[in-house]
Design a binder for this molecule. Structure first.
Ligand SMILES: C[S@@+](CC[C@H](N)C(=O)[O-])C[C@H]1O[C@@H](n2cnc3c(N)ncnc32)[C@H](O)[C@@H]1O
Ligand code: SF4
Ligand code: SF4
Length: 339
C-alpha cells in the first residue's frame, strides 16, 4: 500500500487546498527539449531548433512554482526526453514532488533504464505500428526493434504503457497493436493524430477513424487492457460524427516549453509559442484571469492528455473506477510483481 500513498495524497491534498472553487492546473506537461533522434512524419517538434535548455536548478525552480500552483502530476516529454544527459537528476527532483511520468520513443530506454527507474511512476513508450510500419512513420529504421528492446528491459522495473497515435497510415493496425500489447503484458493508450501546421498531415480520414474507434471500443468492452476510458472513444464519436460536443477543460493541464515558458490555452492551439517563465508568474492568478470559457466547445483535437482529464467527473462511477481505482490496482500490481 505504501506505493499508492503519494498519488492518493497529492490528489486529496489538492482537493483540500480548495482554491475557493477557482481554477487550478492538476497536471503539467513539460517539453524538456525539441531535439529528437527520430523524425516522425506527423510530429512538428523535432523540426524546431532548441534555443537553450533549462539547467537542473531551473527545472527545480519550475517544479516549486508548479507545486505552489496546485499541480500534482508532472509529465516529461519533448522532443526525446531521454536525450538529456541530466534526465535522471530532473526525474529525481520531480519524483520528490509529483507523480512523475515520461513519454519516450524508447530508443535509449534500455541504456538509461538503471539511472531513471527509481524516479518514474509511469512511462509511455510510443509504438505506432508493427515492425516496418512503425519505422516508416517514425522516419528511422530500427526504431521499432529498439523500442521493443527497451520495453522488454523496462517491464517489471517501471509501470509502462504503450502509446499509439492513430494516423492515416496505421488505423488498420489498431487491433494488432492491442494484441501486441496484450502479448507483452502491458496496457496501451491511443490518441488521434492532430494536423499540426508544420508537420505532415497524417490525421486519419473520418471513415477510417470511425472504423478504428469501433474496433477499440469493442476490444475495450471485451476487457482488453486499453488505457483510454470508453468515454474517450465515445466523446470523439459523439463530437466528430454525431455533432454532440464534449466540454474541453484545457485549464486542468498546464503546458511548459523547453525554456520554462507557459503555453496557453493548450499546445495544440498555440503550437508551443510560450511566454512568461512559470516561476515569474502567480499561476493561480493567471489561471483565474484567463478566458478559458471560449475554448470549452473547441473539440478540435482528441489528444488524450486533454480529453481524458476533461471528461473526468466524480459523479461518473465508471470513470472513477477506470481512471483511478483500476489505475491504482495496475500500479500496485506492477510494483509488487517487479523482478
Ligand atoms: C511529441 S512525442 C514526445 C515524446 C517522445 N519523443 C515520443 O515520441 O514518445 C509525444 C507523443 O506525441 C505523439 N504525437 C506526435 N505527433 C503527433 C500528432 N501530430 N498528433 C498527436 N500526437 C502526436 C507521439 O506519437 C508521442 O506518443
Ligand atoms: S513523436 Fe517523439 S520520437 Fe517522433 S519525432 Fe516527435 S518527438 Fe521525436
Ligand atoms: S479541444 Fe481545443 S482547446 Fe481543447 S485541448 Fe484540443 S485544441 Fe485545445
Amino acid at each position: 500500500m505504501a506505493m499508492i500513498k503519494p498519488v492518493l495524497w497529492r490528489t486529496i491534498e489538492r482537493k483540500l487546498k480548495g482554491f475557493n472553487g477557482s481554477k487550478a492546473p492538476l497536471i503539467a506537461g513539460h517539453k524538456l527539449l525539441y531535439k529528437c533522434n527520430l523524425e516522425c512524419k506527423m510530429c512538428p517538434f523535432w523540426r524546431r531548433k532548441d534555443e537553450e535548455l533549462l539547467s537542473v536548478e531551473d527545472e527545480v525552480r519550475m517544479m516549486e512554482a508548479l507545486k505552489k500552483g496546485g499541480v500534482s502530476f508532472l509529465g516529461f516529454e519533448g522532443g526525446e526526453p531521454l536525450l538529456r544527459n541530466d534526465i535522471q537528476d530532473i526525474l529525481a527532483e520531480s519524483h520528490k514532488r509529483f507523480h512523475t511520468s515520461i513519454v519516450t520513443n524508447g530508443w535509449l530506454l534500455k541504456t538509461k533504464l538503471k539511472s531513471i527507474e527509481n524516479y518514474v511512476d509511469y512511462m509511455f513508450v510510443s509504438i505506432d505500428g508493427i515492425g516496418e510500419l512503425h519505422d516508416k512513420m517514425r522516419g528511422i529504421s530500427g526504431s521499432f526493434n529498439k523500442a521493443m528492446e527497451g520495453i522488454r528491459a523496462a517491464k517489471g522495473h517501471i509501470s509502462i504503457a504503450l502509446s499509439s497515435t492513430i494516423t492515416e497510415e496505421n488505423y488498420f493496425q489498431a487491433k494488432d497493436l492491442v494484441l501486441m500489447a496484450n502479448k507483452l503484458g502491458v496496457p496501451i493508450n491511443f490518441q488521434i493524430a492532430y494536423n499540426y501546421s508544420t508537420a505532415e498531415k497524417e490525421s486519419p480520414e473520418m471513415g477510417k477513424l470511425k472504423q478504428a474507434i469501433e474496433v477499440l471500443l469493442g476490444m475495450k468492452e471485451k476487457g482488453y487492457w486499453i488505457v483510454n476510458s470508453k468515454e474517450y472513444f465515445q466523446a470523439v464519436t459523439n463530437s466528430w460524427f454525431n455533432g454532440i460536443e464534449w466540454k474541453c477543460k484545457p485549464w486542468l493541464t498546464m503546458n511548459i516549453d523547453p525554456l520554462g515558458n507557459l503555453v496557453m490555452p493548450c499546445y495544440v492551439l498555440n503550437e508551443y509559442k510560450g511566454k512568461s517563465k512559470v516561476w515569474d508568474i502567480d499561476i493561480v492568478k493567471v489561471w483565474n484571469n484567463y478566458s478559458w470559457a471560449e475554448f470549452e466547445s473547441c473539440n478540435k483535437c482528441a489528444l488524450s492528455c486533454y480529453l481524458e482529464p476533461s471528461l473526468f467527473t466524480w459523479k461518473n462511477p465508471t470513470m472513477i473506477k477506470e481512471r483511478i481505482i483500476d489505475g491504482l490496482i495496475d500500479y500496485i500490481h506492477s510494483k509488487t510483481t517487479a523482478v
